[in-house]
Design a protein around this ligand. Structure first.
Ligand code: FES
Length: 152
């Protein structure tokens, strides 16, 4: 497993909403409803942030890499590709004592400290002493680039 510095050039799409003028009262009700939804959406965006991590070409099928996310306070993310075109993102800290995961063998991510293993597809602990799964991040692929969304 290798470590890379990532490119922080992720741009988030902005959504615009339009209102119908057919009925004034319906418009007012719709505006109130829209404002309520916008407030909720803003809260959700403030609580999470999307980062560009790497290109899909950086992750071998059956492999994985750990990336430092620039602009995220030194946060690291483990990206795996358990099957062709299937990508997963995890916190690379072992859930036993928090040491950094080290390598991948077959379908397992291996902790070098006490040899716990985790499934590359689900993050489930497959061998102790770790019992808890890895923390999973939301991953999206856009234009052959991998993005993760991290909640703060
Ligand atoms: S820290 Fe990973 S198995 Fe103990």
């Amino acid at each position: 497993m290798s470590e890379h510095e990532c490119n922080p050039s992720a741009k988030e799409a902005k959504e615009t909403l339009g209102l119908s003028r057919r009925n004034f009262f319906a418009g007012v009700a719709l505006a109130a409803s829209t404002l309520g939804l916008s407030t909720l959406a803003s809260s959700a965006q403030a609580a999470s942030k999307k980062y560009k991590v790497c290109s899909i070409k950086d992750i071998k099928i059956g492999g994985g890499s750990i990336f430092k996310i620039a602009g995220a306070g030194g946060l690291q993310v483990l990206i795996t590709q358990p099957k062709s075109g299937v990508f997963r993102a995890f916190n690379p800290a072992c859930t036993h004592e928090g040491f950094r995961l080290g390598s991948i063998s077959g379908t397992n991510i291996i902790c070098p400290v006490h040899r716990a293993t985790f499934d590359t597809n689900t993050g489930r602990a497959t061998r102790g002493p770790a019992r808890q799964p890895l923390t999973k991040y939301t991953l999206t692929v856009e234009n052959k680039n991998i993005f993760v969304t991290i909640r703060s």
